[in-house]
Design a protein around this ligand. Sequence first.
Ligand code: ADP
Ligand code: MG
Length: 661
Amino acid sequence: MDLTSINGIGDKTIKILNNMNIFSVEDLINYYPYKYNFYKPENINNYINETITINGIVESIPKAIYIKKNFNYLSFRVVTSNKIINVTIFNRNFLKNNLTIGKEICLIGKYNKEKNTFTANNILLTPLLESIIEPIYHIKNNLKNKQLNNLICNTLNNIEQENTLPEYIIERYNFINEHNALKEIHNPKNINNLKQAKIYLKYKELFEFMFKINYLKIKRNINLNNIKKEFDKEKIKELINSLPFDLTQDQNKAIEDILNDFNSNKRMNRLVIGDVGSGKTIVAFIAIYANILSKYQSAFLAPTEILANQHFINIQKTIPNINVELLTSTTSKTKRKEILTKLKNNELDCIIGTHSLINEEVQFNNLGLVITDEQHRFGVNQRKNLQNKGDAVDVLYMSATPIPRTYALTIYGDMDISEIKTKPSGRKEVITKLYKESDIKECLNIMLDEIKKGHQIYVVSPLVEEQDEEGTLYDVEKLYDKLNIAFNNKIDIGILHGKLKTKEKETIMDNFKQGKIKILVSTTVIEVGVDVKNATCMVIFNAERFGLSTLHQLRGRVGRNDLTSYCLLVSNYDKERLNVLCSSTDGFYISEKDFELRGSGNLFGTEQSGEMSFKLANIKEDIKILNQTNIDSKEFIEKNINNFSEYPYYQRIIDSISFID
Ligand code: ADP
Ligand code: MG
């Protein structure tokens, strides 16, 4: 329903409402207060240093005092609880004529006992006979809180809001009906009613959210026949036996999960979450191998060229005779053409690459598996574009960013999850220390010791070049110079950052891998995936500029064998937060802390954090409701999967999301 259908609403108000993202009557009645003020009339003699609400009678004609424009006050006497007090209230001089002697009023404000003065911040022109709850909204322009509240309440009185939740659910939980819930949220009669209203509306909000997730999940797997993959399990065992190490228990479990998905009539949609260095890549390679044995093509998407390149080299070592090519933005035109032709003609088993794989010119003969490494680096649509290049593509995501348990359902609700928690054996914990800049010498000493032992070092800074006007942040160039001075130009130091040409990056990375470069100074381009076993030390300058999860990922670049490794954080700030890293190497714990200390936006990037902004529900507090709506929405969908005509409200939701998948 259009806002213009509301009685007596003007263009000006509509404009302001639009400004607040309110475009329809539905938007309006679902624009909830963000807090409530509670007023309960009290006896002034009970005053205890807090805002108090009192009823009283005007005892003197108010004096109006003008100080300057928009700054004036009224001053008058009031009788309350057998006492005469002196009242002032700012910027309400327009009320002067209403405050006649003998008028009964209600005042909200603070009382100064010694001076017997009452500074009111609100005044009601009738006494308050019982306690009231005043809803407070976020408002824009000069719309008044009361005005908005009246508008919503009047609108609610003139419409009949039907229940959007299925009736059987309302009965099951004895919910109040939706119309009453809306009335109470905007104009609560008492605390208990407000509570009931909130429960209904939170449940509704989360139910719709989980409905969307579960609908896509359930829908994806119906009407799919014969996508079961057949492969020789013995061959997979042989490959696993040929590896230079034994797989960990969790790696084996993840592989088993994947092979079971392949072997079912479901489309796989699985996320492998494992800390940095937990060995996710080999799991991906084995999935690719099984997919090849089933005579399908695979695509492996990586966020950076360095990583794509590393996977390209390693997969050939792991799967002998694999027909694989690497496609990135720097692949030459002729090579690219050749690769695309081979891919189309089914002469390739697998393609590994960066964003370039998403390009529509990249077409497969029979794509059966898409793997996305470091999935949080890609947008939902990018991933979807790739998996739509085949008919019933199995999808596997890799993530090194463990997310707090509580949020897993909302973020990854439509995925099955395999966790790799056990680290490959023989790994020592990385010793993590925090240094102030003034103690940099100690840090340099550790670095020198490691170099003497023949080990290598990563040094990370937040900036590529000097961007920070105050010069308080280290950029890679500055660090490079400083380290050369500190080590008397006696150590080979290399620089790596995103602005370098690919060839330059490759050369530097190669030199580092081969041990020619001892210290690699870089930005976070090395954050993901890079694997150099001889590197035992990670030094991070201006560590306060990074999220804990990012720092934890960076730390994962070292400690990749049985050598003692170090992560040295240099920062003058943020001690409490950074100390979390010194005391823990558990990625899940760290991500919980990061979330607590910095909020969700930083953890997931804007795209994913947007999914978590609910109007009323709060994932942390309402986790029980969330879990219940997960179960209830699944049940509701399964009952009606082929026909939602009985539930037009949900049919509309389906129509609005169907294009996504
Ligand atoms: P990530 O999970 O961060 O992607 P990688 O897959 O890059 O980790 O693995 C890190 C390193 O550990 C690689 O060098 C890999 O060969 C090695 N690795 C993987 N699994 C095992 C294992 N079970 N035992 C020993 N080393 C392993
Ligand atoms: Mg990896």
